[in-house]
Design a protein around this ligand. Sequence first.
Ligand code: COA
Length: 325
Amino acid sequence: MIKICGTGSALPAKKVTNDDLSKIMDTSDEWISSRTGIRARHLVTTETTTGMAVEASRQALEQAGITAEELDIIIAATLTPDHVLPTLACEVQATLGAVNAVAFDLHAACSGFLFSMNTVAAYMQSGVYKNALVIGAETLSKIMDWNDRGTCVLFGDGAGAAVIRNLEEDGTNGGLLSFAQHSDGARGSVLACGNRPVQHPFAQPREEENQNVSMDGQAVYKFAVSTVPKVIEEAVTKAGLTIEDIDLFVLHQANQRIIESVAKRLKQPIEKFPMNLQACGNISAASVPILLDSLNKDGKIKPNDRIVLAGFGAGLTWGAAVIQW
Ligand code: COA
């Protein structure tokens, strides 16, 4: 049985409310909250992606009751590591002393934690690894255009982590029941962020790309509300369940209206869709594990609860997994 045995999370200390933003740009709490549900987000001041990832990972390891040395694999989902090299996963490995783990990053934007979890599960199903640490960690504030009020107000910083184990010998049911995941690169330009241009002395200088996030908000909105219900149904069907069998839907925390629309299309009560976007904004790969950790710590998840985890975002990418707690 492939099971989440521990969770953890970390947010930067600095909380920035919509009212704080309205003091530095032409926006308002009313505009942001009525369109997105977001009221505040946490932004790094002294914290780093690695530091938050390590804090979240330590909590997850402690709850799982295993040591860093017992980890076989660490996958870090991020689009905002502290450095291009070394990778976030390797930096976390070094800090934790997870000397027996292979460590690498997986970049699938807001679907990153989910795709990383599914990657780990595939390794486990084929018997390669037993103990995994999966991290979603972001410092999105550094790739925002702080003059673009249409995007910068939506995002926040933070990290979440989960220890996932293959407990073959434990004999109980549950764990990861199914997953489904998709990409559509042809529509990728609706949510983009450029990279450093080619600058070497043997090439003509190329046009600088926008190195901040740019987004066609309405196109992303339409993409999310049309694909997320379908991929959830796909994963639930693969698990041999119906939507009514699901106790909780832990969705990527991009926008309250997107989540409400998914609930409506699935004909499920909104109470089954916990949210933390009001306080955290959209933290890309970190949003699902941070929310999962707070539900876990607050005792909102009961043993045997069936939970859908779903991610969607840049790429475009989207996916869902069904787990039994
Ligand atoms: N404060 C005040 N006004 C703002 C603003 C802000 N922060 N951002 C944009 N506006 C203005 C625009 O300039 C525009 O003004 P105009 O009509 O005078 O040109 C107006 O508000 C409407 O903008 P629009 O983009 O049409 O708003 P919208 O209703 O589509 O809402 C989003 C914008 C971004 C909130 C919405 O499209 C959305 O949530 N999309 C999904 C984005 C997302 O979740 N991305 C991440 C996925 S992983």
